[in-house]
Design a protein around this ligand. Structure first.
Ligand SMILES: [Cu+2]
Length: 171
């Protein structure tokens, strides 16, 4: 009887741990077209028990004026592209900006860390309900590709591509 009761309590705990074990935005507000935003994503674990050494996030089209938050102990680099079209931000033309951000450092598997970006949601060109920000996580051994933008939910870590972090779009 006691044993049965205990297994009832343990099951939901295990499920909630699994649900938060993926790279994703935390406490994210929906993005609004024509408004600035700030978003933070979490790296909850390394790869195969080894430390995370590099985290790269890709910025989707229509999201401009991106600035990454610098992190003590991490080296920051960005790639810039010419946008596919000219966007407006605060009444000014914007034709180029950051397309990808990389933080390099070391985060042991047993620790957790957060990475923050700010920017401006200029144009919901595809009328999307959510915008995907693919993340590549490199570790001392192995890597995870958080790059699946299909919306399919992967629960384990066995697929080649796992769910890309996403932000909902306010209607
Ligand atoms: Cu995970």
């Amino acid at each position: 009887m006691n044993f049965k009761f205990a297994s009832f309590i343990i099951t939901p705990l295990l499920l909630s741990q699994i649900a938060t074990a993926h790279v994703s935005f935390i406490d994210a507000k929906p993005m609004t077209e024509g408004k600035p935003f700030k978003a933070t994503f979490a790296i909850p674990h390394g790869c195969e028990g080894t430390p995370t050494t590099k985290v790269t996030i890709k910025i989707p089209e229509g999201v401009i004026g991106i600035k990454p938050m610098s992190k003590s102990g991490w080296t920051l680099s960005t790639e810039t592209i010419q946008y596919a079209k000219t966007y407006q931000q605060y009444g000014k033309d914007v034709t180029q900006g950051v397309s990808s951000i990389t933080w390099e450092g070391s985060l042991p598997d047993q620790y957790y860390d957060e990475f923050t970006i700010t920017g401006y949601f200029a144009d919901n060109a595809n009328n999307s309900e959510a915008l995907y920000f693919p993340v590549i996580q490199n570790c001392e051994v192995g890597e995870y590709l958080w790059t699946d933008t299909s919306g399919h939910q992967h629960h384990g870590h066995d697929s080649k591509e796992l769910n890309a972090p996403s932000l909902k779009v306010a209607k």
